[in-house]
Design a protein around this ligand. Sequence first.
Ligand code: SAH
Length: 412
Amino acid sequence: MSNPYPLGLRLAGRRVVVVGGGAVATRRVPALLDAGADVLLVSPELTPALRAHVDAGRLRWEARRFAPADLDGAWLVQVAVDDRVAAAAVSAAAAERRIFCVRADDRAAATAWTPAVTRHGPVTVAVLGGGDPRRAMTVRDAVRALLNARTGPLSTPGAEEVAPVDTPRRPAGRVALVGAGPGDPELITVKGWRLLTEADVVVADRLVPGLLLDELRPEVELVDASKIPYGPSRAQEEINRILVDRARSGKFVVRLKGGDPYVFGRGGEELLACAEAGVPVTVVPGVTSAIAVPAAAGVPVTHRAVAHEFTVVSGHVAPDSPASLVRWEALAGLRGTLVVLMGLKNLAAISATLVAHGRPAETPAAVVQEGTTSGQRTLRSTLGAVAADVAAAGLRPPAIVVIGDVVGALGS
Ligand code: SAH
């Protein structure tokens, strides 16, 4: 058999017909949609996942068996049915119209093969296994591991020995505000991780997991934003200045922030500073500690029949301070879960205010220090006793206080 000829099909706006609505179609359709194809699905039945695409208007569905005229105007057809006779009929109609036909049931009868694929940002690696899909997947897995080892900040020992891969040219002079997640270095997003490995300059927060910084390439400039002197507002101006200056000199700057950049992270101010200076900015959300840290301690922020709301609030300003923007009296009236960030210093005043305005003192409460890290400590208490218990246990920031019946909903 002669060798296949590899191609990258540009399917945006082009009709692709998928015949069949079962497991194979369910796996193939997302990549077609991702490529922007105008997908027509022909099948009497659909899996729930395919039906969801139909309901969302992402593809057109003909609820019947295939008819040759379905291929009129198509550029490609994917046959995802087991029935050989039906599949052969599609192949024949495709051949007549000179349309490439992928066959899940019979590779020998197909006029095109789908490769095993791994995607790394803009790079797509596609592997054909010479007629053996298992071999293709094995090679694909090996390439994926190589690329992860090469570009990942958490690469395993020995990854340096991997032959260098040419990094693609990327647009210079920009900033990405990246959420690093709550503490466990594996809880950064895939996109955040990739951008981090592409950065020329990394400006990191105090709460950013150290392991993420450990394996930055030596030539990357690392700015520790927590070490910038001056008070908080001068320091913020200084950080904004660093972001803008470095980007203007053509660098790709990653501003790495604990949790999510927009949850008490001053990400908005940095975005505005860059926008004012005409520097392009991307924002990559992160897993916020407000949800992940309670979860890591076994507390779901919502739970069926227990809490149908959760409120995230900053406790860094004392409740009775004129500078407080939080209406603690109103929060005391909520039934749902209250998650307090930066609340340890004012915990006695916060819990007393909530009780004074009607939240029962026996409401369960938990405090989680350094959640999702190896230093995680959890204390279970009640709203009435939590401040004294935290003091007695010597818990320190960063910590999250979670108040409500969800504490204990999964057992203790
Ligand atoms: N942008 C961050 C929050 C920044 S405010 C996010 O989305 O998670 C800083 C506060 O977050 C800390 O004072 C603490 O209350 C909380 N916090 C962040 N990481 C934490 C962790 N690993 N464990 C406990 N609390 C954490």
